[in-house]
Design a protein around this ligand. Sequence first.
Ligand code: ADP
Ligand code: MG
Length: 397
Amino acid sequence: PDMLSSAHHAKSHFLQDSDSERVRVTVRARPFMKVEEGHENEIPVVFVNPVKSTVTVRRKGSFVDYTEFKFDAVLGDSATQADVYQVAAQPIVLDVLEGYNGTIMAYGQTGAGKTYTLSDVVINETNGSRVEGIIPRSAANIFEYAANDKSHEYHISMSYIQIYMETIQDLLNPETSNLQIREGEDGGIFIAGVHEIEVRSLEDVVTLLMLGDCNRQCAFTKLNAHSSRSHAIVIITVEKKTVHSLDTRNCADRRRTSKGILVGKLFLVDLAGSERLKKSGSEGLRATEAMSVNMSLTALGKCISARADPTVTHVPFRDSKLTRLLQESLGGNTKTSLIINIAPCCDYIQETLSSLKFGIRAMKVGSRAILNFEEEFRVLNRNLQEDSQSKDKQGSD
Ligand code: ADP
Ligand code: MG
């Protein structure tokens, strides 16, 4: 970046405001991979500056024509999984534990590091420790917090779904297909009939993640669903209830007790690859898949843009299953962290630029998270039985 600092004609995108309620955007650039090694000595076109939180993209062959993008945080190839968790996930997880909704989503082309960032689970055989992505770290954080909080009783559950060609598939229950999105009386969005399984430890979460991934690779791949062409979403629901005690000094806690249960939902979203498939190159199913992914990511972009512009009143959430499900993440009742994953190779410069621009638009989206209260613990899998009986009666999307 230093050699660029004296150059002119910089087009800069700076933070619009310091509004703490807008979508937080973190860029993560992964290291060069083995197969890309030949490219390592190329003159780089993408510079990340973690100190200034900027990514600079230089036009190939030019030192003076470049664009600088500024984000909430920028992580280079030396950033660890723990660094990413701390910057892009922990604040959201702590909010979920306080009864807010939270969303952490990874956006980027296939191979940029979305799944590594979110789902990676590595067990170190020498000392048994785990090196992990955001999902297992979030779970560990939640269980540790709950274990240390003696004044609340916790119920924690998990769902794992994918959206493939505009159908919602339950990765924890491959027998069901085409689940429907419904809107509750309180305006909250939920998936009718989805398996919601109680989890009591990090091991439970890791087991369900592996089961879901296995279903994603096996059961659904028979239907030709390649994982890069679908959005994978883990939903962790944290419900907490004050344990009654004689200690009523804390007024805030007393107020909560009178209202019952605090519910926080954490959405962890591994988006389908954002690359544009060449129109001529793919046909048949591949082309239909690509169109479906493009459609839903375009809808995501449109919703983000619409929310970023205060003069736009209609936000087209209903344009896709993804945006309908994430409705509350896009400026609604949710705190959102967006991770833009980029690959360092020159070959991907167009995709990298388009991902960075997506991130810049997202930074302008405000949100208005509110605490969620319920009267009682919800009976897990309540929807499952009800749904099979009332499928025909209720309207759906
Ligand atoms: P995506 O889910 O975006 O398609 P992956 O997460 O599968 O991409 O990453 C592609 C490859 O790069 C995988 O082999 C993954 O292990 C590796 N990778 C991604 N990010 C990193 C990183 N920060 N450090 C080391 N390896 C990484
Ligand atoms: Mg992936």
